[in-house]
Design a protein around this ligand. Structure first.
Ligand code: NAP
Length: 244
């Protein structure tokens, strides 16, 4: 019988991360449901997984803090033993023109999006089982060059660069490292601060005629975490309905 695999999904209390955690549970993967502030939401994700016979544990850790990822791996190993899959999903987006972006906003997005993913990759490189998977989160906005997205896009461009490099470093251990770069997905990260008219205008730019849903991305992540993708390594896959 195949051994049960275990995954850490950062930022799994809501949005895309919650969809990934639930999808993994359907596939028999034990899941650490990481959250920063949303304990109740994380507990609901765990309950939903347990209700269908899956295994999950909610673990608080702010991945923007220097010790967050180490604490998360410690908790995951204590709960499940070895870890096979790391999904560096947690992220934040604050939009503003570069001229109006304060140091605090810059530092925090850098700390969470790039710093958290870097520390996740470092911990994963040290602690994932051989043959494992690391899947990072970029964004299609890296290729859009739209006003207001300067800092956010820069953090994600850094994630993409490290994805390609870590893939080469971990290849000998059969650990694949890939990134997904979604287009607009209907979560709080995307809708917060946008009017209905702005959301409609963005939706019209998508050839498939709709926003992405968390499950659209979770399906791609499940593929990258599964055995059918074992020859896919060092790639950034843009899932955006054809918008770019
Ligand atoms: N939605 C989109 O249109 C879109 C497009 C391209 C890329 N992405 C990327 O996809 C990923 C998921 O985005 P989403 O849309 O699902 O976002 P979301 O709905 O805002 O959810 C964000 C999740 O990340 C967690 N989180 C935020 N900061 C954290 C921190 N410092 N430490 C630990 N967890 C933290 C949140 O937990 P708490 O609630 O507990 O804080 C929450 O579970 C992000 O990396 C985002 O940049 C999203």
């Amino acid at each position: 019988m195949q051994k049960t695999r275990a995954a850490i999904v950062t930022g799994a209390s809501r949005g895309i991360g919650a969809a990934i955690a639930k999808r993994f549970a359907q596939e028999g993967i034990a899941v650490i449901v990481n959250y920063a502030r949303g304990k109740d939401a994380a507990d609901e994700v765990v309950s939903a997984i347990e209700a269908v016979g899956g295994t999950a544990l909610a673990v608080q850790a702010d991945i923007g803090e220097p010790t967050g990822m180490t604490a998360l791996f410690d908790a995951a190993e204590k709960a499940f033993g070895g870890i096979d899959i790391l999904i560096n999903n947690a992220g934040m987006m604050r939009l503003s023109p570069i001229a109006e972006t304060g140091d605090g906003e810059f530092e925090r997005q850098l700390a969470v999006n790039l710093g958290g993913t870097f520390r996740g990759m470092r911990e994963g490189a040290r602690r994932l089982n051989d043959g494992g998977r690391i899947i990072n989160f970029s964004s299609s906005v890296v290729g859009f060059y739209q006003p207001n997205y300067g800092v956010y896009a820069a953090t994600k461009a850094g994630v993409e660069a490290m994805t390609h490099i870590l893939a080469k470093e971990l290849g000998p251990r059969r650990i694949t490292v890939n990134a997904v770069a979604p287009g607009p997905v209907g979560t709080e990260l995307f809708t917060d601060g946008k009017s209905a008219a702005q959301i409609e205008a963005i939706t019209k730019l998508i050839p498939l005629g709709r926003l992405g849903q968390p499950d659209d991305v979770a399906g791609l992540v499940a593929f990258l975490a599964g055995s059918d993708s074992q020859w896919v390594n060092g790639q950034v896959i843009r899932a955006n309905g054809g918008a770019i």
